[in-house]
Design a binder for this molecule. Structure first.
Ligand SMILES: Cc1ncc(COP(=O)(O)O)c(C=O)c1O
Length: 370
């Protein structure tokens, strides 16, 4: 018997989230961002749910190859562009579009021998100070690219640092608009948060949006909004079974460090999920867990292979009962990944991406009832 833990990827939820984002995107086309192995879901596993996207965006050339191997013939965008000159050969061969964010990448393109001119996305650093040309250098970079026979179409792109928070996108968007006002080419500025919060302005949604986390059913601006309030469904559920129970007396402690002390007699369940499965070790006592679909709480410290839950709300639960660590329980109750992430002082992105390789993963095609 394998350990009783399973992650489930919900194909219908991926499809529904894509559709929900499409309604917000107006005429903009949607890049489904599938970097980090589709935010931990697995590129092959999300492909069916997301193949109605207009394109796929990622970082790794290996991931781009996997998408082509799945039969995807549409646009693929490398969000960080190429890392070395020979990557351009693969771009030519697989028809990959790529970001250009620095002079070195233009040098590589200028030296590249190809029969197929490339479509590139020229990136502006409009204030995040990660990748991209500063506004003052942007036009010169555009002119350099425009003069290259290796390049056919140039699109313009930037990335917002605060689309999910109070500052919003206004300042960076104004910088971007100013600096490329009279440059031709398609535009792409929105990640999930920018699309959800500001994408009703068609200038912001522009030509392409790059949607990641919202496709995977997490609210980028939680707790201001929840995934449900954005109309998004969980696409990954992590469930495990209770493999043992303990009856505690007042004063008994639980787990490493004896950090939880029972105040009164209570029953706890030991769940076959630990930090080696990707559950956040820093999740404190009180973190929500569903037992048989009923909300309960974690007690004590997370260990490598196990965690412990309070069985007070579900006295009938015992060995073999289901615990849902995030996502949808078998009976349909949802524990948003964002709630678990927040209390563990991280974000839904990290939890999804950290799902460990040892956790078996199943695909569930049916639409959720809830
Ligand atoms: C350049 C770029 N665009 C789009 C995205 C998608 O962002 P999100 O997952 O917040 O929608 C990312 C992710 O970090 C990114 O780096």
């Amino acid at each position: 018997m394998p350990r009783p833990i399973l992650a489930t990827i919900h194909t219908a939820a991926l499809r529904a989230n894509l559709q929900a984002l499409r309604q917000r995107a107006g005429d903009a086309r949607i890049w489904a961002v599938v970097k980090a192995n589709a935010y931990g879901h697995g590129i092959e596993r999300v492909f069916e749910g997301l193949h109605a996207a207009d394109g796929f965006a990622m970082l790794d050339l290996g991931e781009a190859q996997r998408l082509r191997a799945l039969g995807w013939r549409g646009p693929i965008l490398l969000l960080e562009g190429v890392f070395e000159a020979r990557d351009l050969e693969l771009c030519s061969r697989l028809g990959l579009w790529h970001t250009v964010h620095c002079e070195e990448q233009i040098d590589m393109l200028a030296a590249h021998k190809t029969h197929e001119a490339h479509r590139v996305f020229l990136k502006m650093n409009s204030g995040m100070n990660r990748l991209g040309f500063r506004p003052a250098q942007f036009r010169a970079a555009w002119a350099r690219l425009d003069a290259l026979p290796q390049v056919d179409e140039i699109s313009l792109v930037t990335h917002f640092s605060d689309a999910d928070g109070a500052p919003g996108i206004a300042a960076q968007f104004a910088v971007f608009q100013d600096a490329c006002a009279d440059l031709p080419g398609e535009r792409s500025v929105c990640n999930s948060a920018a699309l959800l919060r500001f994408g009703s302005d068609a200038r912001v949604a522009s030509d392409w949006v790059r949607a990641g986390i919202a496709l995977y059913g997490s609210a980028p601006d939680f707790p201001v909004h929840t995934s449900a309030s954005w109309g998004l469904q969980p696409t990954m559920s992590l469930r495990a079974r209770i493999i043992g129970t303990q009856d505690l007396q007042a004063g008994d402690t639980v787990g490493y460090g004896s950090s939880f002390v029972a105040e009164h007699p209570m029953r706890i369940g030991v769940v076959a999920c630990g930090y080696a499965d990707g559950y956040p070790r820093h999740a404190p006592t009180g973190t929500p867990v569903l037992v048989g679909g009923v909300r309960s709480r974690l007690v004590g410290r997370i260990s490598m292979d196990m965690l412990t839950v309070d069985l007070s709300p579900t006295p009938q639960a015992g060995v073999g009962s289901e615990a849902t660590l995030w996502g949808r329980s078998a009976c349909g109750t949802v524990l948003p990944i964002d709630e678990v992430a927040r209390i563990a002082q991280t974000v839904g992105y990290e939890l999804m991406c950290a799902l460990a390789a040892r956790v078996p993963v199943a695909l569930e095609a049916d639409a959720a009832d809830a």
